[in-house]
Design a protein around this ligand. Structure first.
Ligand code: HEC
Ligand code: HEC
Ligand code: HEC
Ligand code: HEC
Length: 213
């Protein structure tokens, strides 16, 4: 009986270990082997979080990184309704004046194409050095981010689901951010971790959580 129990425990621990390894480890966000990271520590989390003296002003806990120095441009289109306050959705298609904020601004401490990946600012490697994807054209031709997803916007747009329906894709601040579509930790290992998606986009399901199309 005792043997069975300890065998079960061993199996359970082995399963737990397997699950843990299926997440951020081995993804493009696993920087434990990166030359610009603290190579001697082999740590994964420290590229973005610090257990001590984290930035308490950031929306993400124990944030370790310096702010982005990138220049961002506004998304706009004739049918775009959002504005940066989220309370004046007049539907004129006037320029989207928001600069990225919230979680997106933290992604952009690397994905802006100019910031050094090393949070200490000592290493010289940037996203452009590693031929990686960074926000192009300042974000003007990317899906708009840092939008307050509220009842005014829903009514002005006419093609968006209720806040309650969209809530699983909204940030803790109730906004649309990079993290609406991506899971920085690959926690659920969606589609084998490809593109670090936050939810499966088969049949564009992720898009349809917010858009009525
Ligand atoms: C590439 C940057 C990056 C790395 C590496 C990273 N994180 Fe995060 N972490 C973030 C961001 C960005 C958020 C906010 C995510 C969001 O709002 O969806 C976050 C949020 C969190 C949170 C709070 C929200 C939650 O999910 O409970 C915890 C806890 C956390 N991270 C722990 C960790 C640990 C532990 C590691 C290492 C195994 C790690 N992170 C590695 C960027 C990172
Ligand atoms: C509306 C959903 C959505 C938002 C918001 C979003 N992405 Fe993506 N992103 C995707 C999807 C879906 C893909 C997969 C490739 C594709 O279909 O174009 C992707 C791909 C990527 C890739 C992989 C390179 C590539 O072009 O395939 C990177 C890097 C990326 N996104 C970073 C970001 C960052 C950083 C932000 C915020 C500034 C962001 N994304 C905002 C949905 C989104
Ligand atoms: C510490 C710097 C750093 C931070 C912070 C960071 N990233 Fe990345 N990200 C990278 C690097 C480096 C890559 C690898 C790019 C490459 O090799 O092409 C990457 C890759 C990606 C990819 C592509 C994954 C794939 O499978 O193709 C996505 C999507 C992505 N990041 C989204 C995000 C989002 C969303 C955030 C914020 C929630 C974020 N990143 C924060 C550095 C970072
Ligand atoms: C978290 C909710 C959310 C998700 C998920 C989402 N979107 Fe959006 N999307 C929005 C909001 C809010 C706007 C701004 C609407 C407005 O102000 O007119 C927007 C804007 C757009 C626009 C521009 C609309 C215009 O009139 O200029 C397009 C196109 C779009 N999204 C396509 C997509 C696609 C494709 C996906 C999936 C890859 C996606 N969205 C996922 C919320 C979301």
């Amino acid at each position: 009986m005792r043997t069975t129990k300890s065998l079960l425990l061993t199996l359970a621990l082995a399963l737990f270990a397997t699950v843990a390894f299926a997440q951020i480890t081995g993804t493009l966000h696993d920087f434990s082997g990166a030359a610009w990271n603290d190579a001697s520590s082999g740590e994964i989390c420290n590229a973005c979080h610090s257990p001590h003296q984290g930035d308490v002003t950031a929306v993400v806990p124990l944030w370790s990184r310096a702010t982005t120095a990138g220049a961002f441009a506004a998304y706009t289109s004739p049918t775009f309704n959002a504005d940066d306050t989220g309370t004046d959705t007049d539907g004129t298609g006037a320029a989207y004046t928001a600069t990225p904020s919230g979680v997106s601004l933290l992604c952009l401490t690397c994905h802006d194409g100019v910031s050094k990946l090393d949070y200490t600012g000592v290493a010289t490697t940037t996203m452009t050095d590693i031929a990686a994807w960074a926000v192009r054209n300042g974000g003007a031709d990317e899906h708009p981010i840092s939008i307050d997803y509220n009842a005014n916007l829903i009514s002005a747009d006419g093609g968006l689901h209720t806040v309650a329906t969209a809530s699983e894709r909204l940030s803790a601040q109730g906004t649309v951010e990079c993290s609406s579509c991506h899971d920085v930790h690959n926690s659920a290992n969606i589609d084998g971790g490809s593109k670090l998606l936050a939810a499966s986009n088969a049949g564009s399901d992720m898009c349809l959580t917010c858009h009525i199309k």
